[in-house]
Design a protein around this ligand. Structure first.
Ligand SMILES: [Fe+2]
Ligand SMILES: [Fe+2]
Length: 366
């Protein structure tokens, strides 16, 4: 598959087609809510792809309330969003684009039980629970890494990264690594391993695309962490959410891969339809995955709205950060160009002080 093709499929048509076409020429591209540099500039276009009624209530004071009621409310909102976006996807796609398995896959993705998204393996769920329990001791956290050399290596690599390193002292033991990076970073090391193991298996139908998306997510996480102070958000939470921001795309690829195995044949889906499906559905699918994996309502909501289209009703610095970080990553590693800060702020309706973010980006890039 050519590099242009994967860019088009995964990151949006604009990444390979050059300057923005006139609106009348290509409404689909212009309405693209994905990481498309130009699409989001069409501010006068109604947010038809996202049912306003399916959006989350902005309840800042209850953001960390993960009661069963609130989780159910969030799940219902995701379901409505997915249903709405799926309907639009099917209505707006040309008849020829809908040939093959695409429409059936869209229907399956709406399964209210979320069966399309695989559950995290039990052992990994237990490990995550330990990493999230504020009562866990360093000894319990160390145990998570002792029997897995790959995980231990990831932990040490994180502990010795520029972000955590103190006075050039290298960390060589798991216990020291855990103590240096803290619980949430331990959770991030676990989450990275879990997502890579579950959703980035080699040999899948779209292995190359999965690899590109995952690489983008892995790069965006530390970038978001470094920019977080300029947005006034917690750097570790920023890392987690940026790491997972496009997990909905991986879940879609994983489902297609499983379907291919189950049917013992290749999945038939025209490229334009796959592109539209990924762009339009990956946010609510990612939000559902976060809920299914017990990551909490706030995380789910952020993943489900990270393209800020439509723009949140109230100030939401975390989605602002994700929007900016992922676009900066695409500019640097996919589009190979200097960031257009003015367009970035306008496209994402970013309210954070731009100069502060630019300064931080310049500082961290050097
Ligand atoms: Fe995305
Ligand atoms: Fe992204």
């Amino acid at each position: 598959m050519s590099s242009q093709l994967w860019q088009r499929l995964v990151f949006g048509f604009r990444s390979v087609l050059g300057p923005k076409p006139a609106r009348a020429e290509s409404p689909v591209v212009l309405l693209d809510p994905g990481p498309d540099r130009e699409g989001a500039r069409v501010v006068e276009e109604p947010a038809w792809h996202c049912d306003p009624a399916s959006r989350f209530e902005q309840e800042q004071e209850e953001e960390d309330d993960d009661s069963i009621e609130r989780i159910e409310d969030a799940k219902a909102a995701m379901d409505r969003s997915l249903a709405w976006r799926s309907q639009i996807l099917l209505e707006r796609s040309a008849g020829s684009a809908q040939l093959g398995d695409g429409p059936a896959i869209v229907a399956s993705l709406q399964d209210p039980e979320g069966g399309v998204i695989r559950q995290i393996p039990f052992a990994a769920q237990q490990a995550l629970a330990v990493s999230r329990n504020p009562m866990s001791s360093v000894g319990e956290l160390v145990k998570l890494f002792e029997r897995d050399p790959t995980l231990a290596q990831s932990l040490l690599k994180t502990a010795n990264s520029a972000w955590y390193q103190r006075k050039d002292e290298a960390v060589v033991s798991i216990a020291a690594g855990v103590q240096r990076i803290g619980m949430q970073a331990v959770e991030n090391v676990l989450l990275t391993s879990i997502v890579a193991g579950m959703l980035c298996r080699p040999g899948g139908a779209y292995g190359v695309l999965v690899g590109k998306v995952w690489a983008h997510m892995l790069r965006t996480a530390p970038l978001a962490q470094r920019l977080a102070p300029a947005f006034g958000v917690d750097p570790e939470t920023a890392y987690t959410l940026a790491l997972l921001h496009d997990v909905g795309k991986l879940a879609v690829f994983d489902y297609i891969s499983a379907l291919r195995q189950g049917l013992h044949r290749e999945i038939r889906m025209p490229e334009p339809f796959l592109h539209e499906l990924l762009v339009r559905l990956h946010e609510p699918v990612g939000g559902r995955a976060a809920l299914r994996w017990g990551l909490g309502v706030r995380a789910a909501r952020t993943l489900a709205e990270h393209h800020r289209h439509p723009v949140p009703d109230t100030t939401d610095p975390m989605t602002e950060l994700l929007y900016v970080a992922e676009r900066l990553d695409l500019a640097a590693h996919v589009w190979f160009e200097e960031p257009d800060w003015e367009a970035l702020w306008a496209d994402g309706t970013i309210t954070t002080d731009r100069e502060a973010v630019e300064r931080r980006y310049a500082m961290e890039s050097n």
